[in-house]
Design a protein around this ligand. Sequence first.
Ligand SMILES: N[C@@H](CCC(=O)N[C@@H](CS)C(=O)NCC(=O)O)C(=O)O
Length: 223
Amino acid sequence: MITLFQITGSSSFAARAALECAGADYEVVDVHPRRRDEAPGFAEANPLQRVPALREGDVRLAETGAILLWIGDRFPEAGLAPAIGTTARADHYRWVTWCANTLHVGWWPIMAGFYFTNNESAQESLEVRGRENMDRHGRHLEAWLSDHEWLAGDSFGVSDIYAYMLVGWANYYDDITLGGPAVAGHYERVGAIPGIVRTRELDDLDDRFMRYHPELRGGKPLD
Ligand SMILES: N[C@@H](CCC(=O)N[C@@H](CS)C(=O)NCC(=O)O)C(=O)O
């Protein structure tokens, strides 16, 4: 049995969505954001105690990108990862990795300047530069999606799930939109896939990534 360690509405959304889209049999362990030691098995699965983390037998995985790549291969019949050796497979590596080390971390200066500095004016500068960077990243995604329905190959896959979540986070900000019509179209297409709709329901999110119940995680009060 696969165990997913998650905080609903966080980065673990992408891992859960991939499991749902793969039709996987899995269980979840809800991690309390401020009491991570209480989640059984979490520290063994990921010593950094970040979500998502995943375990299946001896396999212990962390990092959203790694988990998505693993799920794509673990459930080949679901078609969420193109065949090894194809051009589409190269695009799959490229986009999952780009999401992980460019688009995902691109959010941190905007969402979490406190990771970098306690200085408030420095945090404001980070936010400004962060927005410029995200604008550039959005244009990069827009250029690709103007010519491609999906990020890797001719069908929906795990890279689309990752990009969908990270693009969706722009809904938290009135002044940030990633890309243009092609990114918006991709967001609509991915958002309509039954496994994605189901995951939004499970994670208590509307189609703009807003929590229906901001005070709950995994259906339980935060405190
Ligand atoms: N690079 C990690 C980042 C995951 C991450 O930042 N998760 C957040 C929740 S969205 C978390 O658990 N943060 C707690 C911490 O950084 O200690 C990934 O891609 O999975």
